[in-house]
Each structure stands twice: as C-alpha cells, then as structure tokens.
Design a protein around this ligand. Structure first.
Ligand SMILES: Nc1ncnc2c1ncn2[C@@H]1O[C@H](COP(=O)(O)OP(=O)(O)O)[C@@H](O)[C@H]1O
Ligand SMILES: [Mg+2]
Length: 388
C-alpha cells in the first residue's frame, strides 16, 4: 500500500517535470522561430528601403518586379511617407474601395506603425550626390508573424487547461469512488452484524427469563458485550449514512471512553482530562470512535507506562481538543501521511484508524484534525478543531 502510494508520488513528479520541460522547450523554440522570422522581415524591409533609395537617386527605369518580389512575398505592410509624414505610397495594406475610408485606414495604420518599429530613412541624392529629398519607410509585422507570436501562449494555455481538467477528473472520480467504498463497506458491515446481534439479544433474554445460568455475573458480562456490539453496529451504520448530530457534553463523552479503555490497558498508563465541559453538536457514536482510535494510538506509542492527557479549551470561536501523550512520537515528515489509508509503522497495523478519524472529523463534523507537534518521548499533540 505504501509502496503503491510512493510510486504514485513519483509518477506525479515525473509527469509534472516532463510537462514543464515540454512547455518550456515549446516556448523556447517558438521564440527562436519568431525572432528568426522577425529578423527576416526587417532585412526585407531594409532591402526594400535600399532599393527605393537606389531607384529614386538613379533616374533609370527600375525593374518593376524587384519591388514585388522583395516585399509582396513577405506580406509585410509598408507605408512610405515624405519627410513630413505625408503618405506617398503603401504596400500590403488591406483597405476598402471607398476612398474616404481608405485614407482613414491608411492614417490609422501609419499611427500604429509609428508606435512600433523605427522607420527606415531613405535619402535621395541628385546626380551630384547632394541630398535632395528624404522619405520614411514605416512597417509592421506581417499578419502571419502576428499570429505566430501568439502561438506559444495559446499552446501553453491549451496544455495547461488539458492538464488541469485531467487532474480534476482523476481527483473527483477517485474521491467519489473512495466515498462509495467507505459508505458501502460500512453499511454492509452494519447490516451483517445486525442479524446475529438481534438474535443474540433474544437469546440473552431467554436465558435470563429461564434462570438457566446460576452465576448472575455471567449475564451481566454478556449484557455488557452485547451493549458493546450494539455500539459497534451503530458506528458502522452511522458512517454509512448521514449521521444525526446532536448537542453533547464533550468532556462526558471522552470520560466514558476513558472508563471503557482504562480497564483494558496497563495500570501504569495515566489518563488525565483537563478543561471545561464544552457543549458541541456531534454524533455521539462517531465522536467516541474518534476518541477511542486516538487513545489506542497513544497507548501503542507509549507501551507499558506513560501519560495521556486531554485538554479541552475554547479559543477565538474555535473548540480545541488536544490529545497529548509522551510516547515514541511521529516524524515531522509523517505529520500528514499518518492520515493516509494504509499508512502504518506497526507490525500488525492496518493504517485505517486515523483515516477513519479524519473522515469523521472533516466530512461529518466540518472540523479539522492534525498533528500540532511531536517530540519523541516528551510530547506528541494531535489537535481536533471545531468551529463554534
Ligand atoms: N499518538 C501517536 N504517537 C505516535 N505515532 C502515532 C500516533 N498516532 C498515530 N501514529 C502513527 O500513525 C500511524 C497510523 O495510525 P492509524 O491510522 O491509527 O493506523 P495503525 O494504528 O493501524 O497503525 C501509526 O502506525 C503510527 O505510526
Ligand atoms: Mg490506530
């Protein structure tokens, strides 16, 4: 059971790290590709600017296709202005046929380009190599580049959403499966115990009425055991359904459990209970089950002689119940694990006691239970918290 859990942990880590590496490299390569494409587009624009300068300065007739080849293939939007930013020419800008709208779109594009890349200056010389004119080539990313730039983000988001959904599906299906298992097993146990129990009670009444047994003490003992069996059945039937919650005096419930356990453990284990007799709504059977489980663990931890102390107190609208023992303690790294099903450090342990306790406190009483602290052979404190 523990090995299986550790394996699960390992798998979780491996999957998480692989995913992070995968997403990281995806983003890294996308950024590389994007910067490569960007560089190419800028080079194309510079070439285009050089070409403009060339044809404007040399009055020969230019090869018309060159400018088509340089700029059209890349689909880079370009606007050429004079030195006062009046639009002279443009390329790869989509506009409608309506003239007024066209200039509106061109002006809008130009102002957005002004916020982007620095324009390239084109100096136009006359035949004596004197600058006669200046133009600006404004440009922006091609539509494709704009799209590609977003892909790593979309991909990462997409992968993240898928991972979260997978995690949630597993988490919830697992949780509800566990829930069904718990309640199903509990109901079944209560049901199975119920039949022989009622028959035993009837037999006891019969023996009592017929005076079959001479020693009356035997009947008393049988009655006690039957009572105990009835409590066990009630516990299982309570955890298998929605238990009835009623206001109870917590200290009394704890004292009852102490009375029951004291007779069955070493005389050298000292039980101490301190604090107020706080009233709180609990299911009596289940709460006693919790206390017994915690006591039994303390008794196991203590061995032959030691001290178990329970302190009840209220603190800023919370009820706190501390179970303190001076047994062999819990390692810090196990503070959470002890509540996992199957976790045990005992030769004959099942590792279910605290899972049950945790379930009763959190699911049925809306409370919390955790290890507050643990120092070997000095003090181990397990705390139950109820909201007032
Ligand atoms: N008071 C305690 N002192 C020391 N260890 C404890 C204490 N309570 C619980 N534990 C540890 O938690 C483990 C799980 O407890 P539990 O779920 O009751 O199962 P089990 O008693 O069958 O081992 C125990 O095996 C023990 O290692
Ligand atoms: Mg136990």
């Amino acid at each position: 059971m523990i090995a299986l859990k550790e394996n699960h942990e390992k798998i979780k880590w491996v999957v998480s790290i692989t995913t992070i590496l995968f997403m990281g490299s995806l983003i890294f390569f996308s950024i590389k590709i994007i910067s490569e494409i960007k560089e190419r587009e800028i080079t194309a624009i510079k070439r285009y600017a050089n070409f403009l300068q060339y044809i404007s300065s040399n009055k020969e007739s230019p090869d018309y296709y060159i400018d088509e080849i340089i700029i059209d293939n890349n689909n880079i939007p370009v606007i050429i202005t004079d030195e006062n930013y009046n639009i002279i020419d443009h390329k790869n800008i989509i506009y409608s046929d309506n003239e007024s709208k066209k200039s509106q779109i061109l002006n809008k594009t130009l102002s957005s380009m002004k916020n982007g890349y620095e324009p390239i200056e084109v100096l136009i010389y006359d035949s004596n190599n004197v600058i006669v004119n200046k133009q600006f080539v404004f440009y922006k990313n091609s539509e494709i580049l704009d799209l590609i730039i977003l892909t790593p983000y979309y991909l990462s988001l997409f992968i993240l959403i898928i991972l979260i959904s997978i995690y949630l599906i597993f988490y919830y299906s697992n949780a509800s499966e566990k829930d069904r298992l718990w309640t199903g097993l509990a109901k079944e146990t209560a049901h199975q115990l119920g039949t022989p129990l009622s028959s035993l009670i009837a037999w006891k009444e019969y023996i009592k009425s017929k005076n079959i047994l001479n020693d009356k003490n035997i009947i008393v003992e049988i009655e006690k055991d039957l009572e105990r069996l009835k409590i066990i059945t009630d516990r299982f039937s309570n955890i298998g359904s929605k238990p009835i919650i009623k206001e109870e005096e917590l200290k009394n419930l704890i004292n009852n459990s102490i009375k029951y356990l004291k007779k069955r453990v070493s005389k050298n284990i000292l039980f101490i209970i301190q604090g107020e007799n706080i009233l709180h709504s609990v299911n009596k059977e289940l709460f006693s089950w919790v206390i017994e489980n915690l006591f039994k663990n303390s008794i196991d931890a203590i061995g032959e002689s030691g001290k178990i102390k329970i302190i009840l107190h209220k603190k800023s609208n919370k009820i706190l119940i501390d179970f303190i023992d001076n047994g062999n303690g819990i390692k810090n790294s196990n503070f959470r694990k002890i509540f996992d099903p199957g976790f045990t450090t005992k030769k004959r342990g099942w590792g279910l006691g605290l899972t049950l306790v945790h379930r009763i406190i959190t699911n049925y009483h809306n409370g919390k239970i955790f290890v507050l602290k643990s120092i070997k052979n000095v003090e181990t404190i397990i705390r139950i918290e109820f909201k007032l």
